[in-house]
Design a protein around this ligand. Structure first.
Ligand SMILES: [Zn+2]
Ligand SMILES: [Zn+2]
Length: 175
């Protein structure tokens, strides 16, 4: 399995190969490392997020966003051209070809398992053992999105309080 995560120190997107046989995640950019979350790997398979230990994970097709759409749009444009030149066979042929291409691509593109909480991604055999992880659930996703917003607010408020403390130590009479 390959594990993709966001380095908290330098914000780089770090990739760690062979997740099942390593003990730590190490950022190749800044050297930051942390042990793999306890219990995240069981029998060589992903049991929880290797970064934050959350068991709320979802799967989606590992498909570049827009590629499927691009196939449909290009197919439609080309078939419109054939339609314009009064070539019904080629009009239908291109339409059907783009639909088939879209379907085949969707069917054979592998899945990626993603953590709702920290958005780390896991690819490869064992990343969705027994198909236990389900597609994205809006309600769960929203809960974690709100959690991220709150965490961000707390962080900025703490930074503000820190800045105020620094101010007041310079000018104590101002308080
Ligand atoms: Zn880093
Ligand atoms: Zn996570």
């Amino acid at each position: 399995m390959e594990f993709t995560w966001n380095c908290p120190r330098c914000s780089a997107i770090a990739r760690s190969a062979a997740l099942e046989s390593r003990a730590e995640l190490k950022c190749p950019e800044c050297g930051y490392d942390r042990p793999i979350a306890a219990g995240s790997i069981a029998a060589g398979e992903l049991a929880a997020c290797a970064y934050c230990a959350s068991t709320d994970l979802y799967v989606q097709k590992d498909f570049p966003h827009g590629l499927g759409l691009a196939i449909v749009v290009v197919g439609l444009a080309v078939s419109t051209l054939f339609y314009y030149f009064d070539m019904p066979f080629w009009t239908m042929f291109v339409l059907i070809l783009s639909a088939v291409l879209d379907f085949v691509l969707y069917k054979y593109v592998p899945e990626v398992t993603i953590c709702y909480r920290c958005l780390s991604q896991c690819r490869g055999g064992g990343s969705n053992p027994g198909s236990r992880y389900l597609p994205f659930d809006l309600a769960i996703g929203e809960r974690y999105r709100q959690e991220r917003i709150r965490a961000e607010e707390l962080r900025s408020r703490a930074a503000e309080a820190e800045a105020n403390r620094a101010d007041s130590s310079i000018e104590p009479q101002a308080r």
